[in-house]
Design a protein around this ligand. Sequence first.
Ligand code: SAM
Ligand code: SF4
Length: 490
Amino acid sequence: MSGTRKLHIKSFGCQMNVYDSLRMADTLAPHGFVETAAAEEADLVILNTCHIREKAAEKVYSELGRIRKLKEAAAREGREVRIAVAGCVAQAEGEEIIRRAPAVDVVVGPQSYHRLPGLVARAARERVVDTELSADKFDVLTPPSRDKTRARGVAAFVTVQEGCDKFCTFCVVPYTRGVELSRPVERIVAEIERLADAGVREITLIGQNVNAYHGEGPDGRPWTLGELIRRVSRVPGIARLRYTTSHPRDMDATLIAAHRDLACLMPYLHLPLQSGSDRILAAMNRRHTRGEYLDVITRMRDARPDVALSSDFIVGFPGESEEDFQASLEMIDLVGYAGAFSFKYSPRPGTPAAAMEQVAEEVKAERLQRLQRAIDRHQAKFNAACHGRTFDVLFEKPGKRPGQLVGRSPYLQPVQVMAPAALIGQVVPVTITEVGTNSLFGALAAAPAEHTEAQRDPAPVARHDSSANRARRSGAAKPAERNDIVVAGA
Ligand code: SAM
Ligand code: SF4
């Protein structure tokens, strides 16, 4: 191991990248790399990239232009800076990245992060590209130290599966992340036990198609996500569980039963629909109809009446007519989403939809605006309905104002409350007194006490979180992504 070097990681895109960035930092730590939030003082800069839409991929090249200047400035002072490109752009474009951006030293695909220390060492002599797709990186990635986990806060992501076999015609994921691979139950449980031991209270199980999970259980048989969640709910200290992103076809009976039985499984489901038109859903190869999607929601609401939904929509998929688009607007009204992400269709090289007849850019832009207005309307309604209700809030960190804490409602809304710092890491009932644009404001509803949804329901019995039940018929904020969780050094 050489002396201490500084590492800056910038993460683009989804939660999987946020998780991977942390694991890359953990893997480099024993090799003397200490994270920094300032790119200009780093000896190694890693851009963990996203290839899902053209805009996301192009952002990387503009960021590389900025980092190249830092590298040149450092060289003038006699300091060497290495640049690594990781993530899905690395996987998709490989050597092409070095041709387009010669300042890049290392290109590393998502399944090769365990080899990062060796690749960085080799970069002293040559440019390195490693986009091997086959390895199971999870077994060999270094876990974070207890102190590091503590510093990262009370909510954490845990990747349970990676890759996807669905091949939706618009999507690059099956090409960049490879075939679906699920981690064994016991390894996931061990990781969560370590996190809980360091003070983590909320776990979000993540995967590109998380409910396709079928990892090996302790009995040697493949377990479903519902079974995994049931097992994880018994880890001492874990108060809340979430999972994302799900495919409507994989919402099986075990998962719905887990929502029915486990108070610690939050009543907030991100279930991408993409389009409300059966014709477009078929062209997207989504393998379900709008009717089947609505059936899933009915089953979810029967099992967990206080559930709120969020979604992803694509506008302007090839061949989308005004009538197809209207069907998406109709579904937004029918489901009454608490929030949703929406995107203009972006042709991705090598995917089937890229070769189909495209919708004009201005039509996409106009539809996106209309769709976002519909989503915003429902989201505002959902948030407004939270006023006066009492939710359990998991306090995560100090707020902007002195004496204030920020936590999350069951629906992932940020909630700002005047409360003592000792409540960080605790789940406490809060009455919502004001609804802002991006957060809710509230007041402690009872004397502070260790009071968790998990503890109220330690065994998997059919009972719901009481305060969430009080919040029935109410709503949530933007489909809050956990991209706001701090990636040290990012
Ligand atoms: N696995 C999830 C599912 O089945 O819905 C989606 C994961 S994908 C990483 C996140 C979102 O990006 C998708 O739900 C979709 O709305 C959007 N997306 C993916 N490919 C896209 C494309 N080519 N153009 C526009 N949006 C896209
Ligand atoms: Fe992409 Fe999700 Fe479809 Fe898989 S299921 S191909 S990740 S959109």
